[in-house]
Design a protein around this ligand. Structure first.
Ligand SMILES: [Zn+2]
Length: 239
């Protein structure tokens, strides 16, 4: 993938792109590449940005990973809400959590489903993804709804959990009025990156990203089903 290029030492990176610059200059001399803090952007001669080139990515491509916030038994943490509703996701357990594709999912016939709920938050000053079970998410939502007019950006929530089988307890402790909302498409991309799927491409809208993603989720579900069946048959023949 393109962003793996950024792991090269900077000197080598310059060499690579100096070579690339020559090649591009022959093909389309109206464009020059500008190196800004190891990110490349493509500019026309009058300083305007051109269409998508191979070297536009990074900030919009959603390739960076946001940490996941889970509240362990006996744990306590504080988060700032950066969304107005949970993103619900149906999952299966295949030794790790994998996304259910919905209609046509090959895993639904053989494995139970589990609903997980995700919310964009800031935790420890970093943009993060809060993950809650359906019971914990329902408690969170009801608390915000009854006492604070619903889930909204800026609510500072203290989350705690007494035991492993206990749901997460949530309590709004204050509010930051200037907090803003993470756009839905960006957030869906961040959640999908957790599951090792790509985020949305620059300029891609929600329906086309969803269509592309669904095809990939279906393929992975097929692969996981075959793995599940080969494990099951190996288990039976070993008896
Ligand atoms: Zn499924």
């Amino acid at each position: 993938m393109l962003w793996s290029v950024y792991r090269f030492p900077r000197g080598l990176l310059r060499l690579l792109f100096a070579y690339r610059l020559n090649v591009v200059a022959l093909d389309a001399d109206e464009y020059v590449f500008v190196d800004v803090d190891a990110r490349l952007s493509c500019q026309g001669p009058n300083g305007t940005t051109g269409g998508r080139s191979m070297f536009t990515n990074d900030s919009e491509a959603g390739s960076t990973r946001w940490p996941l916030v889970r509240v362990q038994a006996g744990g306590e943490t504080e988060i700032v809400v950066c969304g107005s509703r949970f993103l619900p996701l149906t999952t299966h357990w295949v030794g790790q959590t994998t996304v259910c594709a919905g209609d046509g999912c090959a895993l639904c016939d053989v494995l139970p489903v589990r609903g997980l709920f995700y919310l964009p938050v800031v935790c420890g000053s970093r943009p993060s993804i809060l993950e809650l079970s359906s019971t914990s998410a329902s408690h969170f939502e009801q608390h915000c709804k009854l006492l604070h007019g619903g889930i909204r950006p800026g609510l500072v929530v203290r989350l705690s959990r007494r035991g492993r089988k206990q749901p997460v307890y949530s309590e709004v402790v204050s509010c930051i009025e200037t907090a803003s909302t993470v756009p839905l498409l960006d957030f869906v991309g961040k959640v999908m990156i957790l599951f090792h799927f790509p985020g949305p491409n620059p300029g891609e809208d929600f329906p086309s990203y969803e269509t592309r993603l669904r095809a990939m989720v279906l393929l992975r579900a097929d692969r996981e089903r075959r793995r599940y069946e080969s494990r099951s048959s190996a288990g039976l023949s070993g008896r």
